[in-house]
Structures are given as C-alpha cells and as structure tokens.
Design a protein around this ligand. Structure first.
Ligand SMILES: Nc1nc2c(ncn2[C@@H]2O[C@H](COP(=O)(O)OP(=O)(O)O)[C@@H](O)[C@H]2O)c(=O)[nH]1
Ligand SMILES: Nc1ncnc2c1ncn2[C@@H]1O[C@H](COP(=O)(O)OP(=O)(O)O)[C@@H](O)[C@H]1O
Length: 408
C-alpha cells in the first residue's frame, strides 16, 4: 500500500484551510470523493500552462494521472476546493481575474462516466463557472438545403461579436467556396476515427454517407472567445447533444414543402444528382424525427427567408433593442485574495480573511450553487452571487444569512 497524501497547514503564508478540513500546502488542495483523493493545484505534469490534477486511489494505494478534458484553468497561487453532489469539485482560484476564478472539476458526472468508458482510463473534465444564465449554445438542425447555413450566416453577420460557429469535422470533400477550418475541418476518415476513439468528440454521426462530428475543442473555442456557440448538426447529433450536459437551445428548421426543398437544393448547385436524391430521401425521415422526437424546443418553417430570420431572432431573445455589437454578459466575481471558504447547504460562503477595509467593504461573498446547469464540455452556468457588508460571523447560520442577502 502506498501512503495517503497528507496535507497540512504550516502557516497562512504557506498554505490555507478552506474550512472543511480540506487543506493545502503550497498551491494544492486535496478532496476525497469515495475511495479517491483528488489533488488539485500546482502545474500540470505535462505542461506548466495549466493547473495539475492527480488522483490517489485509496483502495489500491496507487497514484493515477487522469486524462484531463476541457479548457483548463491556469496555474495559480492556491485554490479552495468544495465537493458538490459527489460528482464535481468547485475550485475557487486565488488571485485570478474576476471572470476566471470559479471552475468546476467534474470527477463523476455523466459526461465523465461516458468518457471513462470510451477511453478506459481515469478521466476528469474542467468547466469554467459563469454567473446566471449566460446565453445557452444554439443547436440548429434540419434537412439539407432547408436554409440552416443561410440563417446562421445572417445571424453571425448581424451579431458578429455575439455568436461563434462551432466548426465541425467532416470526411466529406470541400465545396468550391468552403475553407478548411472555417466551414469545416476537412479530415481523413482514419484520423477522425482515432480522434473519436480518443474521446475528442462531443458527438458524431454518419450523415448522407459521410462522417460529421463536433469536437469538444470546437465548442470550447467559441466559449473561450466569450461568444454564444452555434452548432449546425443533424438530428442524430442533436439527440447526442441533448443527452449531454451542454444545455443548449434546440431549433429544427423545416421546409415549407418537399418541392421547395428540392428546388433549393438544386438551385444551390453544390451536389451531384445522386447526392441530391440521397439528401431528399433522408430529408423525409429527418423532418419526421425533427417534429416528433421531442429533441427540439422550437420548430421554424423557412418559407420566406426574412420572416424565418425574424422568428429565429425572436426565439433567441434578439429583439429590436439588442445592440448588434452586444456580447453575452460575463460579469466576473471580485474575490478577495485571502479568504476562507465554507459551505452551508447549497451556499458557498467566501469570507475575507483580513477585513481591514472596515465594515463598509463586502466581507462575505455567497455563491448560490442550487441551480447549476450545463458543465463540461463548455461552461457551468447558473452561479448566483451575493455579497454581504460587515458580517461579523460569517458562519452564523443560514437563517441569519438569508435575512442579509443582497444582490452583488
Ligand atoms: N451530427 C453532426 N452533423 C453535422 C455536423 N456538421 C454538419 N452536420 C450535418 O450534416 C449534414 C450535411 O451537412 P453538409 O454536408 O454541410 O450539407 P448541407 O446540410 O446540405 O449544407 C447537415 O444536416 C448538417 O447539419 C456535426 O458536427 N455533427
Ligand atoms: N427561405 C428561402 N427561400 C428561398 N431560398 C432559400 C431560403 N433559405 C435558403 N435558401 C437557399 O437555399 C439554398 C440552401 O440553403 P443552405 O443555407 O445552404 O441550406 P442548408 O445549410 O440547410 O443545407 C441556398 O442556395 C439558399 O440561398
């Protein structure tokens, strides 16, 4: 048997306690989940550009370096760790920018369990926490030629700083105007098969005889740019995403008739006769599934393009008053550098350690984690944050707390 990792607090300068008996020395914290101890902090083993994660398996006495998915937080001067629902650890990063201080390390969520099965290794996944209901990703599906690409282009043109396109991988050949890395990542089948096996895809499906898939990186690249992610994927892909933790808005676009759909496909002139026939055959089943599967939140009929576009904008909450250069709000959290962390029910209390600024300062920050949504891959939404002025005893009980809560 190996030794259980021991972490002790020497002094506040060298380490800190987060209030739960989870202690760190230097820049690491340790959190027990079942038989495993997750040690989080320092730099990642293979790169100094991200925070490290190691697992001590108490049942075997072995240390394990897990496969770490997701965009990772940068190395930091220390963190506090709070276990939530036995399946994810909330990490509060010390000394980071206000929009970069709350992260979640998923250790046993459905997403992580699925990836463990695929990869056959220990897996953890990072997801950054964002306040409130930062705009959900948008999944758009519909038969070939219905106008998905046209509608998405209109949206991206009108709101360039708001939306980002999830660039899929595909094994199909590029069309004349299509650019690698912009419209698709055009890929060899063997490469894509391997990447799928390695767990790099959120979803994939065989569509009209080619393989298509959304990589985790594609979704995270958009989230990292602070934009709302748009996915143009088929119904099978939408079903997979629905079953994932992405927590998106699902929209299905229907043609006004099969005849109109055929006309559009032919007028586009990008497919051979054989490919057009195949796409029209598949369209019938796709429309049936789109309407009856329960996957989609909204069904849009693309008859008149301008009307359909207006309806799409309305669904996405983009009424006339939305500035076209609007960005999804990503207000951060100004955490005091030195703080103590504790948990009461679904509230995480972050108490300033040195309230020398006096009672006028916000001494206690409360993170309400009762309605978290989403998660890896992508963001964890639904964090609610409050601050309390002069709070003499931060751990005095939830009843007192609730009387004093005020919006931050
Ligand atoms: N599941 C899945 N479907 C995708 C993805 N990317 C594109 N598709 C779908 O594949 C189908 C064919 O796309 P494409 O070859 O661009 O043809 P088009 O729909 O006629 O423009 C469409 O239904 C797309 O929505 C993806 O990453 N995953
Ligand atoms: N409402 C519409 N009325 C007429 N033509 C349309 C309409 N919407 C899109 N189109 C045209 O139909 C063709 C197929 O649209 P596209 O956006 O490429 O479809 P998809 O991405 O769903 O395959 C394009 O030539 C486009 O200009």
């Amino acid at each position: 048997m190996g030794e259980t990792p021991a972490f002790c607090v020497d002094s506040p300068q060298n380490g800190f306690s987060n209030g739960f008996g989870l202690k760190s020395k230097g820049f690491e914290t340790s959190t027990d989940v079942g038989d495993k101890t997750f040690v989080i902090g320092g730099a990642n083993n293979d790169s100094a550009s991200s925070i490290g994660v190691q697992i001590f398996d108490k049942s075997t006495g072995n240390w394990v370096i897990p496969t770490v998915l997701g965009t990772k937080p940068k190395p930091c001067k220390g963190n506090s760790a709070v276990l939530l629902n036995e399946d994810r650890i909330m990490i509060i990063i010390r000394g980071s920018a206000p929009d970069d201080c709350i992260w979640f390390l998923e250790v046993d969520t459905k997403y992580v369990k699925d990836k463990k099965k695929v990869l056959g290794t220990e897996v953890v996944a990072w997801s950054k926490g964002v306040r409130g209901d930062a705009e959900k990703p948008v999944v758009i599906s519909g038969p070939s030629g219905v106008g998905k690409g046209t509608l998405i282009n209109m949206l991206m043109k009108e709101f360039p700083s708001m939306f980002g396109f999830s660039v899929s991988h595909t094994t199909r050949a590029p069309r004349g105007m299509e650019k690698n890395g912009v419209h698709y990542h055009f890929t060899e089948r063997s490469v894509m098969d391997k990447d799928i096996k390695d767990g790099k895809f959120l979803e994939f499906a065989s569509v009209h005889g080619n393989l298509y898939g959304t990589s985790i990186e594609a979704v995270e690249a958009v989230a990292d740019s602070g934009k709302r992610c748009i996915l143009d994927i088929d119904v099978q892909g939408a079903r997979s995403v629905r079953a994932s933790s992405l927590d998106a808005v699902f929209i299905f676009v229907c043609p006004p008739s099969m005849r109109k759909l055929e006309e559009r496909l032919r007028a586009r002139g990008t497919e051979t006769e054989e490919q057009i026939k195949k796409r029209l055959r598949n369209a019938k089943a796709e429309i049936e599934q789109g309407k009856s599967s329960g996957i989609f939140d909204h069904i849009l009929v693309n008859d008149n393009l301008d009307d359909c576009y207006e309806n799409l904008k309305e669904l996405l909450g983009l009424d006339g008053s939305t500035p076209t250069n609007h960005k999804p709000s990503s207000k951060g959290i100004d955490l005091p550098l030195n703080h103590l962390v504790s948990k009461i029910d679904n509230k995480i209390l972050i108490k300033r350690e040195t309230p020398e600024l006096g009672n006028a300062s916000k001494n206690l920050i409360v993170l309400d984690v009762s309605s978290l949504r989403g998660g890896a891959p992508g963001r964890t939404r639904g964090l609610n944050i409050y601050a309390i002025d002069s709070f003499s005893d931060g751990l005095n009980g939830i009843h007192k707390l609730s009387q004093r809560l005020q919006h931050y």
